[in-house]
Design a protein around this ligand. Structure first.
Ligand code: ADP
Length: 255
């Protein structure tokens, strides 16, 4: 609460009391906090890929390079530019959710097909990790925004890979009960310290200590994923042991 006070005098100038105004500024404070978090993340996370795009573009512009070296640099520029674009999309999505303007399409889709698609995409990108898929027997049909649910699964898989720097197995499974599918992504990576676990779904939250801090990220992915699942009438949670691994799961209603 913000407090303003002012003396109140009568016509003759004698003090008759004080005027006290209390104003609830929680919402303003939250917006201020969000803005300063955004600024910190922008300077941290946007500048690094931008600096490397600029640096490499400069190299391409000023040096005569062997075709192989040039191709490698072009691939790096492309990768970094894609990362920047994904970051900006995440920022905008977070803002849209904050302001209650986050449109979701509603269409029936096969959860198993979506999982197969995501596993194929990630298996192609990561050579150090072994991805396994264990879908439930009765192929579940969910109704909702397939693209957004793909984003949730991609976020969980990418975290499982990112936070398992030594490689190893990443498992994704689904299990079906009447009217609900549960999707779980299991890794044997860094895990999350117990003291930090309550903050994992908060916007901009990142584990700041230990090996996880050396992995790049914005702390937006899980906050977004969580909001998307809630907006579909599902739930999201996780179990994690520091140094041993994590299991992130979410549910969706099915037809
Ligand atoms: P980002 O990965 O961009 O930092 P996320 O919102 O996806 O943001 O995750 C928030 C934080 O939770 C991460 O910074 C990381 O510390 C922790 N985290 C998420 N997934 C995992 C995981 N599978 N294993 C260990 N830590 C994780």
């Amino acid at each position: 609460l913000e407090r303003y006070t002012a003396p109140v005098d009568d016509d003759a100038g004698a003090r008759i009391g004080r005027l006290v105004v209390l104003r609830d500024v929680t919402r303003e404070r939250e917006v201020d906090q969000l803005k300063s978090d955004l600024m910190a993340t922008v300077s941290h996370e946007l500048r690094t890929p931008l600096a490397s795009v600029l640096g490499y573009a400069e190299l391409l512009r000023t040096r005569r390079l062997e075709p192989e070296a040039r191709d490698e640099i072009i691939a790096t520029v492309h990768r970094e530019a894609k990362r920047l674009s994904a970051l900006i999309d995440d920022f905008l999505d977070v803002q849209a959710i904050e302001q209650d303007r986050f449109p979701l399409t509603r269409e029936p889709f096969s959860v198993t097909e979506l999982l197969q698609e995501q596993v194929r995409t990630f298996a192609g990108q990561s050579v150090r990790h072994h991805l396994t898929l264990d879908p439930c027997d009765s192929p579940p049909i969910a109704v909702g925004d397939r693209g957004r649910i793909s984003q949730v699964v991609a976020n969980l898989l990418s975290n499982a890979i990112k936070y398992s720097p030594d490689g190893g197995e990443v498992g994704i499974s689904s299990s079906c009960t009447a009217g609900v599918v549960l999707v779980a992504v299991t890794d044997h990576g860094l895990g999350i310290p117990l003291a930090e676990q309550e903050h994992v779904f908060e916007k901009f939250f990142r584990v700041e200590r230990g090996p996880a801090a050396r992995v790049g990220g914005t702390g937006l992915g899980l906050a977004l994923a969580h909001e998307i699942v809630l907006a579909h009438g599902g739930r999201m949670g996780f179990e994690s042991t520091e140094g041993a691994g994590s299991r992130f799961w979410f549910t969706l209603p099915t037809e």
